[in-house]
Structure formats: C-alpha cells, structure tokens
Ligand binder design. Structure first.
Ligand SMILES: Nc1nc2c(c(=O)[nH]1)N[C@H]1C(S)=C(S)[C@@H](COP(=O)(O)O)O[C@H]1N2
Ligand SMILES: [Mo]
Length: 527
C-alpha cells in the first residue's frame, strides 16, 4: 500500500510547526535569528515597490475597517501572522516535495531528508544574514543554529517516512490504516509537546524591553504649559507618551544593535574613514527639539503621527569633524536593516535642525525607534529619516533612498492637514452668553511651516476660525479648538488649515501614495 499524500502533508505540517516553536525558543532565549520573520522581511524587500505599497495599503484599510486598534501595532501583528502562515505553508510544501524525492531515490530517506534540510538551513541563513545585518546574533552560532534546526526537520521527516514505509509492508490493509493512524497520532502528540514547551519556555526566558530611567516629560513642564487655549476634551495628547509613539519600518522585528559593537562609520569622499562611538557623539553640545513625525502612509486623520522630544547632535556641528573632501555633495545614510537615504549637504548647511538623534523624551532611543542613532530632517515624512544608522557615506551625487527606489516621492515634503479628533460629548459642553457650545478640536500639521489658521465648517455654512493653542515648537503639530453653537440634529463638520506662510491646504483628495495624503477631514455627528 502506498502512503497517501495527505499523510505526507500532515507529517511535514506537524514538523514545520515544531521547527517554528523551537526556532522561537532559540530566538527569545538566546537571541538567535527567527527565520519565519527574516524570510518574510526578505521577500518584502525583493518584491516590486508597487506590490508592497498595495499590500500595505490593503492592510492599513483592513485594520481601519475592522477597527483593530492602533494602526502601527496592528500592522506589525498582521505581518507576524502572515510570516508564520507563509513559513508554515512553505515548510509543508517543501516537506511534501522532499518526501516525494525520498520515494524516488529509494536510498536512505533519513540521509535524503537531512541533506535537503541542511540545504534549506543554508538558504535560511543566507537570507537571514542578508536581512538582519545587526550584531546581536553572530553569524557562526546563527549558521549552526540554522543547520541544526532545518537538518533536524529533514532528519525526522526521513525517519517518519521510513516508519510509514515499514507500516505499509504489513499484510492487511485494515492493519496498515490503523497503524498509520496510530503513528500520526504519536507524531502529532510529540510535536504538540515540543511546540508547547518551546513556545512557553521561550516566552518565559524572553527579555522584555525595559525602559530604564525616567522620561524627561515625567519631570518637566512642557514649553507651552499654561497656554491659554485648552484642547477640546477628547483631543489626542499633545505630547505622545513614549510607548504610544507610532512605529513603522521594514522589519517584522526591529534590529537589535549592541552598543558595545556599534560605531557610526563615516566613509566615501572623506579625507580618511572615521568612526564615532555613541559616547563620542554625546560629547557634542546636545540639541533638543520637539518634533512631530509622520509616516507618508498616514491617511487623513490616521494615527501614524506622533510627537516627542528629540535629542542629538546637529549635523552642522559635526560636519567639520567629518573632514569631507571638496567634491562631496550628499551624505548617504545606511542602517542596520538595509534601509538607506541620501541627504544633500546643502540642506545640512542651511538647516542646523538636521540632527543625529540618540534620545527621545530624555531616554536612549528604544530598539524599535532606532537605537542607537537616527536622523531628524524637518519637514519631510519619516521615509526620509533612517533609524538604526550605521554608516554615513559622502557622495558626489544624489541617490534614491529605499522608498524612493520603490516608487515614493523623492522629496516627501509633509503635506498640510487639519484633523478633527473630538466633538465633545454633552458633559463637556460649555456655554457663552446663554448659548450652549460644543467644543470641537484636534490637530493641524504642516511640517516645519507651522500653522497660521484652522477653520471649521458646519454643514454648508461659513468657515469659522478656530482658536490655536501655542504649539510645543515650530516643528510640531498645533492643537486647535472651536466651540460650536449647539444645534440639535446630525451635522457634517469639515476642517482645513493654512500653513505658516498663509497657504491654504489643498481640498483635493489624494491617497498616501506617492506623495502623502491630502484633502479636508470630514466627520458626521449627531448632536
Ligand atoms: N532603518 C530604517 N529606518 C526607517 C524606516 C525603516 O524601515 N528602516 N522606516 C522609516 C519610516 S517609513 C518612518 S515613518 C519612520 C518611523 O519612525 P518610528 O517608527 O520611530 O516612528 O522611520 C523611518 N526610518
Ligand atoms: Mo513611513
């Protein structure tokens, strides 16, 4: 009797589950690479920009439609789920192919499985090294780990195949069926145990990111404390708590850079290659800036925008110590995850705010926000601003950055937008001269251009000028508020803003791709 294909599929499915679990354990317990995520990230880097953009767009829409909470975290969870499903599907298919090969070769199935598994391990290792150039996992233990894991998978696959073959030799068809089923049950039981133990021990040993020390904001008043205009109740916090700052990057799991091994390398058109440790960078006069960062993928009124206090060294100040050659015109900034962007030297010379940043809200950057070093470039979306910086290369020409190569805007200048965060509920109504008022408010943002005016329209009426709260700085969003006279019924509210130069934001509705979303924000509310 021949083993049916479903048995082969089940067998390789079970073993792939076990690999995922043991791999998880090794990742959390010892910081070894986690192949399902690395593989997923690698594929995402190879796919054409249009495919990735469509994928991200669909994901963000889905998160909004299904109301899955904050977009950045939900997207990362979705990515992880996709990575695991993909690995599981790939592992199952690969296992079936290897089993078919075992049938063909008629040699030792265990040897065939082990060799095939080792080849997969080698491929996984190369992919992992290609994606994660970070120093936490050293290549040698990582390579051994990949070989062990995948060769082990192939070995057990071969062993199980042999066992099933032996069962097929039995006389009665009924006995074959029964024994086969018994064997699969045992295999399922064993993989279940490995999976549960691997995942739970891994989770127990896994280190959580701890935030040492106190944030700056916990012990200091914000620079606009006591500003006359109070946010309408329900408006998002003006200063984003550190653990609420959005996160967007090309990594399922952020690269973990080891401070001891890390140096900022300066190469290219320089008198001689240089490097800086983090401590050396901290010797320079620190610069503090309140910054609103926004992702170009943020939709109108989306949550991929946050504000905190950035600290670092102005590139203008560092420049003389880089000893650039006269021909240098651009700096190419490259990161531990393979991300990169170029900054024009002229921009640095014109704008002292362009800064290599090492702290947010008074603490070293969190791993996911780019520890140990990221750049700040005012007025440009996040896609222009690498995190986890490792290298600065001086060039004599401009080059496309990671997302520009993939079809996004070269300049990626932040668009002007006004957002309605809150229409107060009844308890929060105010009144003036006998008139019941409904506080309406939110944020307005136009990069470093600032905001000069926000207006609100109720239904098809006139535009009413809102009050503006004094912002944290010229480079943050501005909180606005308009106390709208109460009128019972359902209303359409529309907000728009003018930037610091008095330029009205465009009403034209544009999607995030390729240059950032535009259009007036409209909400409907029943009062
Ligand atoms: N190395 C690296 N830097 C990166 C990215 C990335 O994928 N890799 N993503 C960029 C994008 S698209 C955005 S919006 C910001 C987000 O920064 P945050 O996650 O700290 O909020 O990081 C930027 N810097
Ligand atoms: Mo972004």
């Amino acid at each position: 009797m021949k083993t049916p294909l479903t048995y082969s599929a089940l067998q390789s499915f079970l073993l792939t589950v076990a690999v995922i679990a043991v791999n998880y354990f090794g990742w959390l317990a010892f910081g070894l690479p986690y192949f399902p995520f690395d593989l997923f990230d690698w594929i995402a880097r190879q796919l054409p920009g249009a495919v990735i953009t469509a994928g991200i767009d669909a994901m963000v829409k889905g998160i909004n439609v299904l109301n899955l909470g904050d977009t950045a975290s939900a997207a990362k969870t979705a990515e992880k789920a996709m990575a695991l499903l993909l690995f599981l599907a790939g592992g199952t298919v690969a296992g079936v192919l290897v089993i078919l090969l075992m049938g063909r070769l008629k040699k030792s199935p265990v040897l065939t499985g082990t060799v095939a598994g080792s080849l997969f391990g080698l491929a996984a290792m190369l992919i992992s090294l290609n994606v994660n150039l970070f120093s936490a996992a050293h290549p040698v233990p990582a390579l051994l780990w990949a070989l062990l894991l995948f060769a082990g998978w192939g070995f057990v696959l071969g062993w199980a195949y042999q066992r099933l073959q032996a069962i097929e030799q039995e006389q009665k068809a009924e006995a074959v069926r029964l024994d086969r089923r018994r064997f699969m049950l045992k295999l399922g039981g064993a993989t279940a145990v490995v999976t549960v133990v691997g995942v739970s021990v891994g989770a127990l040993l896994g280190k959580r990111e701890t935030t040492p020390g106190t944030t700056w904001s916990a012990t200091h008043a914000l620079p606009n404390a006591g500003a006359a205009v109070e946010p309408a109740p329900g408006t998002r916090p003006e200063f984003t708590p550190l653990d609420k700052h959005y996160r967007i990057d090309i990594n399922t799991v952020p690269p973990e850079v080891n401070e001891q091994d890390w140096k900022l390398n300066v190469t290219g058109l320089v008198e001689k290659p240089l490097d800086f440790t983090l401590d050396e960078l901290k010797q320079y006069e620190p610069m503090h800036q309140f910054v609103t960062l926004e992702c170009i993928s943020n939709r109108i009124a989306g949550d991929l925008i946050s504000t905190t206090r950035w600290t670092g060294v102005s590139l203008q100040q560092l420049l003389p110590d880089l000893h650039l050659k006269p021909g240098a015109t651009h700096l190419k900034i490259s990161s531990a995850d393979g991300f990169y962007e170029t900054v024009a030297l002229q921009d640095i010379i014109n704008d002292e705010r362009i800064m290599l940043t090492y702290a947010w809200d008074g603490l070293p950057l969190k791993t996911k926000h780019g520890f140990p070093l990221r750049i700040y470039i005012p007025n440009h979306y996040g896609m222009k601003q690498p995190k986890w910086i490792e290298t600065i290369e001086a060039l004599d020409h401009w080059e496309k950055g990671y997302w520009v190569t993939r079809g996004w805007d070269r300049e990626a200048i932040m668009k002007s937008e006004a957002v309605i965060d809150a229409v107060a509920v009844q308890d929060a109504y105010t009144s003036a001269v006998g008139q019941k008022l409904v506080p309406v408010g939110g944020i307005a943002f136009a990069g470093d251009r600032g905001i000069s005016k926000v207006e609100l329209q109720v239904d098809n009426g006139d535009w009413h000028e809102a009050q503006l709260r004094k912002p944290l700085s010229q480079t943050t969003w501005v909180i606005w508020r308009y106390d709208m006279p109460f009128q019972a019924g359902e209303h359409t509210l529309t907000a728009r803003c003018y930037d610091g130069e008095g330029k009205l934001q465009t009403a034209e509705i544009a999607k995030p791709h390729p240059s950032g979303a535009t259009g007036y924000h409209v909400v409907r509310r029943k009062l």
